[in-house]
Design a protein around this ligand. Structure first.
Ligand code: ACO
Length: 320
């Protein structure tokens, strides 16, 4: 049996913020942001917690799949912005959903998080350790942004996307995951300082710091390489792929990947203009949109690919 996506769902906070709205608070412009990134709007939470956002996305995916919460054996949430360090986002979600029989844990792989979560759940299913899994990417990135740093805060948004996995005829064919901790500082958000009886460390910058150009170079090299490896290993021609659902970091990264792969940009669906970069949530939000719009037919081959902090990257080949 393959691991099939039985249902998808997403949720974006109600508060929509345009580039012009941001220009009221900082020295930026719609022209600067949209021409360099493709971003025009983002959803920024003004009340919803990460757990609430995750709940709405997860409940929608469960409803769409027809699987009851109590039949979910595994919940894996990918996030770098959980409400608490413990309990995990997945445990909080378990309680909200009433998924009483699930094993729950979170994954931190930044913008690759959903791919890592999905691949991990797939291995649980294939090993017979779970029958139905709920995987999601959820972020309230607005809580870890320095709103006085215009070079980062304009790039990100909040939201969540989810998928229910279970046994079926079609589904995940193969995947690749990779990491390079030696370049982790290119995209950094520090944790708490070491303060105890023996140490009184200064607090580090608690906000996201990014070397934008280094991340750009990493993404445009690593993503095509990873997709080509996946295709080669699966003996599938690139022409057989209907859609490449990439992490929505920057329109220029996606255009550059399409060019390197020599694939028409039409095969790269995007919602970055409306959602900005929602890190681990961007792929499942876009996937849920495609699903809802009826753009995915049974048997279609698609590739999902994420890349980001860690550094991390990954891709998964799915027969829908
Ligand atoms: N509005 C106006 N001006 C700005 C803004 C802003 N929001 N931000 C920076 N600037 C200014 C800078 O101060 C600088 O001015 P200066 O020349 O007077 O010093 C100028 O614009 C150019 O700044 P750069 O940082 O060199 O801008 P660059 O052209 O590299 O674009 C960007 C920045 C869009 C982040 C680019 O590096 C990029 O696309 N990086 C890819 C990384 C990415 O998208 N990461 C997203 C998160 S990571 C992930 O999801 C994997």
């Amino acid at each position: 049996m393959a691991t099939t996506i039985l249902g998808t769902g997403s949720y974006l906070p109600e508060n929509i913020v345009s580039n012009d709205d941001l220009a009221k608070y900082m020295d930026t412009s719609d022209e600067w942001i949209s021409s360099r990134t493709g971003i025009r709007f983002r959803h920024i939470s003004n009340k919803e917690t990460a757990a609430e956002i995750a709940y709405y996305a997860a409940a929608s995916a469960l409803k769409h799949s027809g699987i009851l919460a109590e039949n979910i054996d595994l919940i894996i949430a990918a996030t770098i912005t959980p409400d608490c360090l413990t309990p995990s986002m997945s445990c909080i979600l378990q309680e909200k959903l009433g998924a009483v029989n699930a094993v729950c844990f979170d994954i931190n792989a930044a913008c690759s998080g959903f791919i890592f979560a999905m691949n991990t759940a797939h291995m649980y299913l294939q090993a017979g350790m779970a029958r139905y899994a709920l995987v999601l990417g959820v972020e309230v990135l607005s809580s870890i942004l320095d709103w006085t740093d215009r070079s980062t805060c304009v790039l990100f948004g909040d939201g969540a996307g989810a998928a229910v996995l279970g046994p079926g005829e079609y589904g995940i064919q193969d995947f690749i995951m990779g990491s390079d901790g030696s370049h982790g500082k290119a995209l950094l958000c520090s944790g708490r300082p070491l303060r105890n009886l023996y140490s009184n460390e200064e607090a580090a910058n608690p906000y996201v710091h990014m070397d934008g150009q280094a991340v750009f170079r990493f993404a445009v090299r690593q993503v095509p390489e990873c997709i080509e490896q996946l295709l080669k290993r699966s003996s599938i021609s690139i022409h057989e792929i209907k859609y490449f659902v990439l992490h929505q970091a920057n329109i220029r990264i996606i255009q550059s990947v399409a060019k390197r792969l020599q694939v028409n940009i039409e095969k790269f669906p995007m919602n970055i203009s409306e959602c900005a970069n929602t890190s681990s949530a961007s792929i499942p939000i876009l996937l849920a949109e495609l699903d809802k719009e009826g753009k995915l037919q049974r048997g279609d081959k698609i590739i999902l690919s994420g890349f980001g902090g860690g550094l991390t990257w990954g891709a998964v080949l799915i027969e829908w």
